[in-house]
Design a protein around this ligand. Structure first.
Ligand code: ADP
Length: 548
């Protein structure tokens, strides 16, 4: 083979850090604190603090490959761990603060976490599981609310203050004496766990390479399209699938980052978006549903003219929401699909030129699909026997994906049945794929409603129900049925001060669906039960309302 003589330069998080310091030192990182005040630091400060963190961790005995966990909201110290821990060859492990303490303990134990960085405001939660984590040697506390240092913890800021930045010439490093180096690109940078809605949570170890490639492809204009002039606000928690890679996407581009901290109610988010002139924000549909309702109620209150797009993913963004933002507030939604197992970005609902030519309805149809696979992610869908289904926009099958940032197995080789013999990952999502390549989720396989041998798409019914003006949220689930096997039932959350009858809802759906798809009944509920990452928890609905 021809020796190409190209440099074997590693695709590492370390380069992202070095680039941020050398090229975008003045870019800002803004964090909102528990008391709602704003803290500002630059990329230069962030680099220096990440290096001090790495030095402190090294002094504590943390070495290459060791797991350093975080139990934190979105803020600058969390970013410092995202950057500094991988750049010293250790592995950052984000713990999901919305899980039950016993689950977090299980995950921290499973990942063999040696140190943990904990927000002081989350210390009461940490206390509930810390003793279960056998491997844990050091607890670093971020005193986010300024309160006293809890017993048995080291003060994050004091540790950093005890270290000095490494002297260096201008330009790219890392210089001699720094704990940073360019690790092998196949070494682990980060560990994330699935939330374990079925069975135990499973760990996915992202490599430096997968993290960097993901950030680069996510940055493409038809994907997230982030540049140095953007102001990026990850509302999606940093413990949920690496905040969809946004900290790294921002950093590789030199974009300003705005972290909302613990204040995730619509009003607080809108205030922050306005004040910091946010151009790009990302979160799950629940967050955006709340924001849309607030904007509808007070349309003139906030100036969001800087906003370029809001990315919605994690569960399906209803077309009515996408249309509502566009038509009533001039705001563009970018719908995206991903999983913890895919680092996480898999598809983005960008609009191809040939689709744009077909007019507004075709554009909305494309924008409300889960989208096109991003470059280097490959998609196919298969039936129960593994046969590959046609890209006709009609035939349903389980989505399988492969690519450079898709897991090839879980940590500890758990869940081997999710990986096919020919090298694809089985997503558990039931989809159609159309001739243009757009993927459309009809269900998660465990939520599919099988009625008389046919599959009914709960997502399609939910989207239609959520386009009714009185309906805030709708979740459609299966009820056992002696004749048909299963029948659909809809759980409905009404908008404040609204009423609607079952008959009206049926009339609203009837023109769009064949008769047997229509829900047999409706239950009106104050809220839909959710998972720790904001998805409808249909198993709970089935338990409560799904028995025949
Ligand atoms: P977990 O599976 O641990 O709850 P993930 O965030 O990894 O957490 O969940 C991935 C799943 O979320 C996908 O398999 C899919 O079912 C769902 N999902 C993600 N994005 C979308 C989307 N845009 N539309 C519909 N479902 C989505």
């Amino acid at each position: 083979m021809l020796d190409t003589r190209m440099m074997p330069f590693s695709l590492s998080v370390t380069h992202l850090l070095e680039r941020g310091r050398a090229i975008h030192p003045g870019s800002e990182v803004v964090s909102r604190l528990p008391d709602k005040s704003l803290h500002r630091q630059t990329y230069r400060d962030t680099y220096e603090r990440s290096e001090r963190l790495a030095k402190a961790l090294t002094r504590l005995g943390i070495g290459r490959g060791d797991r350093v966990a975080t139990l934190s909201w979105n803020h600058r110290q969390h970013l410092e761990a995202y950057l500094g821990v991988p750049a010293m060859g250790a592995v950052v492990h984000t713990l999901n603060l919305r899980l039950f303490p016993a689950e977090i303990g299980y995950i921290a134990n499973h990942a063999d976490d040696k140190a943990v960085i904990v927000d002081r405001t989350l210390f009461p939660l940490f206390e509930k599981f810390r003793h279960e984590v056998k491997s844990l040697r050091h607890v670093l506390c971020v005193r986010d609310d300024g309160g006293p240092l809890p017993d048995g913890a080291l003060d994050y800021e004091v540790l950093l203050a005890e270290e000095a930045p490494t002297a260096r010439p201008d330009g790219f490093g890392p210089p001699a004496g720094s704990p940073f180096f360019h690790p092998d690109e196949q070494a682990a940078a980060m560990v994330c766990y699935t939330s374990g809605t079925t069975g135990n949570p499973k760990g996915v170890a992202y490599t430096h390479r997968s993290t960097v490639l993901h950030a680069l492809v996510a940055s493409m204009r038809d994907n997230l399209g982030v540049g140095a002039d953007d102001v990026v606000m990850p509302v999606v928690p940093m413990f949920h699938a690496a905040a969809w890679g946004l900290p790294y996407v921002a950093w590789v581009n030199g974009a300003k980052v705005v972290f909302p901290g613990p204040h995730l109610d619509p009003e607080s988010l809108l205030d922050l978006m306005q004040a910091e002139r946010v151009t790009f924000a990302a979160g799950v549909p629940t967050i955006w549903n709340g924001i849309l309702a607030k904007l509808d109620a007070e349309p003139k209150r906030w100036d969001l003219s800087a906003m370029r797009t809001m990315v919605i993913g994690g569960s399906a963004a209803p077309p009515a929401m996408i249309r509502g933002f566009a038509e009533r507030h001039g705001l563009l939604v970018t719908h995206a699909w991903g999983m913890t197992e895919t680092n996480p970005l898999g598809t983005v609902a960008s609009v191809k030129a040939n689709v744009a030519e077909r007019g507004a309805d075709a554009v909305l149809h494309a924008r409300s699909s889960q989208g096109l696979p991003v470059a280097f992610v490959e998609t196919r869908h298969v039936d129960e026997r593994g046969a590959i289904m046609p890209w006709d926009g009609k035939t349903m099958g389980e989505l399988e994906v492969r690519g450079p940032w898709v897991a090839r197995s879980y940590m500890g080789d758990e869940g081997p049945d999710r990986f096919t013999a020919d090298g694809w990952f089985k997503t558990g999502d039931v989809v159609t794929i159309d001739g243009d390549g757009y993927v459309r989720i009809t269900d998660r396989s465990k939520d599919v409603i099988k009625s008389g041998g046919e599959w009914i798409s709960s997502v399609a019914l939910e989207n239609a129900l959520m386009s009714h003006p009185s309906v805030l949220e709708a979740a459609v689930f299966a009820r056992e049925d002696s004749k048909w096997g299963e029948r659909p039932v809809a759980a409905i959350v009404l908008r404040p001060d609204q009423e609607v009858t079952e008959k009206e809802l049926e009339g609203h759906l009837a023109p769009h669906f064949v008769k047997y798809w229509l829900p047999d009944s409706y239950v009106f509920v104050p809220e839909i039960p959710r998972t720790s990452t904001g998805k409808f928890l249909k198993s709970k609905l089935r338990e409560e309302y799904g028995k025949s």
